[in-house]
Design a protein around this ligand. Structure first.
Ligand code: ADP
Ligand code: RBF
Ligand code: MG
Length: 153
């Protein structure tokens, strides 16, 4: 539901489903169930784009899947963030802040893993373009990220 956006959330990065999203070219940082359950009940499940910050590092573009992953028929809702940045190492245990700005599409139950991978690659391209728009860029500078690199006087 667009009225809920932008939506800010943060929490510790925990071990996810271990399905090897990384091997699919798309590692996703997962939140604990406790953090996931704190999001508004009327937030529509689906694929979203926005900004992400690991601890106090730079703010990067992200795509996030919020929902039940129908392809895998998960029993619990999850929030998985793919940060559009190449990290030198994993960051389990770190704090991850996200600002969810816009909705890309509903979750789908794809016929094959390959179709899911292709859809995710397209989501990344769509998010990249949306996040270059002025309305999105403004939120990158939001005080939520406390971004000392980008102080404007
Ligand atoms: P899991 O099932 O434990 O979530 P993934 O294969 O989804 O495993 O990998 C996620 C982990 O990879 C994250 O928790 C993080 O530590 C690391 N990681 C490295 N690069 C990224 C990235 N660009 N975006 C998200 N997570 C990343
Ligand atoms: N899972 C689905 O079942 N259907 C989807 O449409 C779907 N879209 C996704 C889009 C993005 C950008 C990301 C990062 C994940 C998506 N997933 C989707 C979740 C995917 O199944 C999950 O990341 C892996 O199962 C690893 O936990
Ligand atoms: Mg993951």
């Amino acid at each position: 539901m667009t009225s809920l956006l932008p939506f800010f959330m943060e929490g510790e990065v925990v071990k996810g489903f271990g399905r090897g999203s990384k091997e699919l070219g798309c590692p996703t940082a997962n939140y604990s169930l406790e953090v996931v359950q704190s999001i508004p009940k009327d937030m529509a499940p689906g694929v979203y784009y926005g900004w992400a910050q690991v601890d106090s590092q730079m703010v990067h573009k992200m795509v996030a899947n919020i929902g039940w992953c129908p392809f895998y028929e998960n029993k619990e809702m999850s929030v998985e963030t793919h940060v559009m940045h190449k990290f030198d190492s994993d960051f389990y245990g770190s704090n991850l802040k996200i600002c969810v700005i816009g909705y890309l599409r509903p979750e789908k139950k794809f016929d094959s893993l390959n179709d899911l991978i292709e859809a995710i690659q397209q989501d990344i391209k769509n998010a990249d373009a949306k996040l270059d728009e002025y309305e999105a860029k403004v939120l990158k500078e939001h005080k939520y990220f406390n971004n000392t690199n980008n102080i404007t006087v």
